[in-house]
Design a protein around this ligand. Structure first.
Ligand code: AMP
Length: 500
């Protein structure tokens, strides 16, 4: 079936047409970077820069919707931010003093333009655009109910559910409609939304995904991470709080608390891998936190060796901490080619294997005959580790030890980090000795749960009420998995629900 998305409003700039095919994935994939700005004459240019700083959160597609007070202007394309938004004529078309933007990350499924955010809709109250980081765990269930009531979906994103819930809300004002929609939504959401006179930033009651508020001159800015404030010279004001909805309009900043209080459950994996090391997330510097995890790892699992080698780039800060604590020299024994994307971007297993080789190479003259400790942030499928260890062995390393700066990843994430299905997670099916054997190392250790929590400034993990969402390491899911648990026969529902 080939459809072409038309802009939902004549005031929206026409978008390139797209061939629509089915997402091959069996669940929604959202792992994204979001940005919003209100009250700046270069709103879209700043949004493009903010998205560029957030590129690590999503490399599949990027979009910006700007508003000049009455008209909305939109550009959404497949590709990196710079592929689309370094073209000044594109920025010039995105007129207005307010804009929001989105980087999309998807690891399986066809890349389809209709899923690229921000999504735009024309409501009775006017135009409305929304960009979402996170994953709604009852999206399929809600979607089925909406489709049964006559809704026609244009994308396969969970975010569109929010738009339909807003459209069918009994409330009239836009802010009341979005609150109504989000009160029915379960799971993780950090959102930025744009109406003709308002910018909104909101985080789910558990605060699973990050969102910060900043200022730039007299303008206000929302961003997934502080690195996106830095790039435009904005000043960090504060994190948007879990369960907080912030409305920005011509009269200033208005904070609301429309949700039932829930325990704070920020995603611990943001610190381990996902956020950029120069960001400060929920009061903790990501780089320093990763380094402290490396220190804990060296305390827990010391090993005698000649050098500590990071698996670049994400293993680097932890390797520095490990080297500092163990007093073993830190060396760049693996060199990374920066001109290839993250391994996970490649959907097929064959290409993913190739991707690891394309990305890393052993520094032969350095490692030959040496006992090396490799430090990486995480093991997911084990693909990277197997290849890196093979590389070290063929470069002549005498011993290869591996230390991982997170506990074993035993469970999938349903809150917006795109981990594979559980059966593909190496640690879900193997104990540490079996993993050591599979990866081919002389020793393998993972930081303990308590070691991780110590690195984050806590004495230990609170088993009754963990300080973070760490479901990927524990299976302790803080928010109901309504769709996964078979809500409304959700798993049988086609992603193109209107065809089911
Ligand atoms: P794997 O090769 O499947 O074991 O993947 C492990 C590598 O992927 C680690 O070196 C991480 O840096 C990286 N990684 C971990 N989680 C993710 C994720 N959700 N998306 C992309 N890359 C990841």
């Amino acid at each position: 079936m080939v459809l072409t998305i038309r802009p939902s409003s004549p005031s929206v700039q026409a978008q390139p047409s797209a061939d629509i095919t089915h997402d091959r994935g069996d669940r929604f994939h959202d792992e994204c970077g979001i940005f919003g700005i209100f009250g700046h004459e270069d709103a879209s240019a700043h949004t493009a820069l903010g998205l560029h700083a957030l590129q690590h959160r999503g490399q599949e597609a990027a979009g910006i919707v700007a508003c000049d007070g009455t008209q909305f202007h939109s550009e959404r394309r497949i590709g990196l931010v710079g592929d689309t938004f370094s073209d000044l004529s594109v920025i010039a078309r995105l007129k207005g003093q307010a804009a929001i933007g989105h980087n999309r990350y998807a690891t399986t499924g066809d890349t389809v333009l209709r899923n690229v955010q921000p999504l735009f809709a024309e409501f009775a109250f006017g135009g409305f655009a929304v960009a979402h980081n996170g994953n709604l765990t009852n999206a399929l269930t809600l979607r089925k109910e909406l489709v049964d009531r006559g809704a026609i979906f244009q994308s396969t994103t969970d975010t569109e559910v929010i738009i339909h819930l807003m459209a069918t809300s009994a409330h009239k004002p836009m802010v009341d409609r979005i609150i109504d929609a989000l009160q029915q939504s379960e799971g993780a959401f950090s959102l930025v939304a744009l109406a003709d006179q308002q910018l909104i930033g909101v985080r789910d009651p558990h605060g699973v995904r990050p969102l910060v508020l900043g200022t730039l001159d007299s303008a206000y800015v929302f961003a997934s991470e502080t690195c996106a404030l830095d790039i435009i010279g904005a000043t960090f004001v504060r994190d948007v709080e879990p369960g907080e909805l912030v409305v920005i309009d011509a009269s200033g900043v208005h904070s609301m608390r429309p949700f039932t209080d829930r325990p704070r459950k920020f995603c611990v994996f943001e610190y381990i891998y996902f956020s950029r090391p120069d960001s400060v997330v929920e009061g903790l510097g990501v780089y320093e936190t990763r380094k402290r995890i490396g220190i804990e790892l060296a305390r827990e699992y010391p090993v005698d060796a000649d050098m500590v080698i990071p698996v670049p780039d994400s293993g680097t800060p932890a390797a520095m901490g490990f080297a500092e604590q163990s007093k073993i020299p830190f060396e760049l024994g693996i060199v990374r080619n920066h001109y290839v994307g993250r391994t996970f971007i490649e959907p097929g297993d064959q290409i993913r294997h190739l991707g690891v080789k394309l990305k890393h190479n052993a520094n032969r003259s350095l490692v030959a005959g040496k006992r090396v400790i490799l430090v990486d942030d995480s093991i997911v499928r084990g693909t990277t580790s197997v290849k890196i260890v093979e590389m070290m062995r063929s470069a002549g390393a005498a011993e290869v030890h591996m230390r991982i700066a997170s506990p074993p990843t035993t469970h999938s994430c349903f809150y917006g980090v795109d981990t594979p299905d559980r059966e593909k997670l190496l640690a879900a099916n193997n104990d540490i000795e079996a993993m050591r054997d599979y990866i081919g190392v002389d020793s393998l250790s993972f930081v303990s749960h308590d070691g991780l929590y110590r690195a984050m400034g806590h004495g230990k993990r609170d088993a009754e009420n963990p300080q973070y969402c760490d479901a990927c390491f524990t299976g302790d899911y803080p928010v109901a998995l309504t769709d996964e648990d078979g809500g409304a026969s959700a798993r049988q529902l086609s992603l193109l629900a209107e065809r089911a």
